[in-house]
Write a new protein. Sequence first.
Length: 262
Amino acid sequence: MNGLPQPLLDVRGVTLQYKTKEHLVTATYRVDFKVYQSDRFVLLGPSGCGKSTLLKAVGGYMMPTEGEMRLNDKVITKPWYDRMMVFQEFDQLPPWKTVKQNVMFPLLASGKLKGKEAEDKAMYYIEKVNLSQFANHYPHMLSGGMKQRVAIARGMAMEPDILLMDEPYAALDALTRKKMQDELLQLWDDTHFTVLFVTHSIAEAVKIGNRILLLSPHPGQVTAELNSTGEDTVDADGNCLTEKINQMLFAEPVETEEVNHV
Ligand SMILES: Nc1ncnc2c1ncn2[C@@H]1O[C@H](COP(=O)(O)OP(=O)(O)OP(=O)(O)O)[C@@H](O)[C@H]1O
């Protein structure tokens, strides 16, 4: 025993590649990180650095060509209900199901809950995302932000080990985005779920994350790992966190920062 808690998600030396007819695209190269229970862990980096690819691999939709990913010490080999994904797109909800039916769907399909129990669980999380009045509405009757709330409720209702969020607010206007970020943090205060969150917004990473992994431009390699308090704090040298991240993302060579786990 080294006294450190066991990571929930352990990503070790992971290289992810796409093989097309003409090319072999290396999306990430030997990436390491560990996510602990109740972390709000953010993957941050420029477009094309492999953030979504990493999330897909944690989701079990893609296997590493090198390295491994473990969840609760078991190697990830396929998608499962212990990882639920929320995407950027507003069309991730089947349009023929109401809000309640959408949120109930994975609970029923997985056999996790039946009938009234599934309905109660769905309504609990629909209430958490402030959509109780819209439980019987269909997705086309909702705004983009409301659809994202449904997708979050659907993911959370499964009470997965880890919620995977791929730029969930990128397509929203600035005001709605801020509101949704605040709501997510409020939800976290309530339930302390574990989330792996992808963004290319430094401000969003600082606000949402308690830990931030910086990835280099394509192919993504770990540049640094930082802790965040949710505020744009200023360190002893007078540098604010967002500015520090800005410099690290665009600086050479790759460096690593000591991170403290509580
Ligand atoms: N299906 C695919 N086939 C081939 N190459 C792909 C595929 N999907 C992604 N890539 C490539 O893999 C690399 C990483 O892509 P990825 O979408 O993971 O990056 P990202 O950091 O999430 O970018 P963005 O912030 O723009 O969404 C890019 O070079 C991209 O072109």
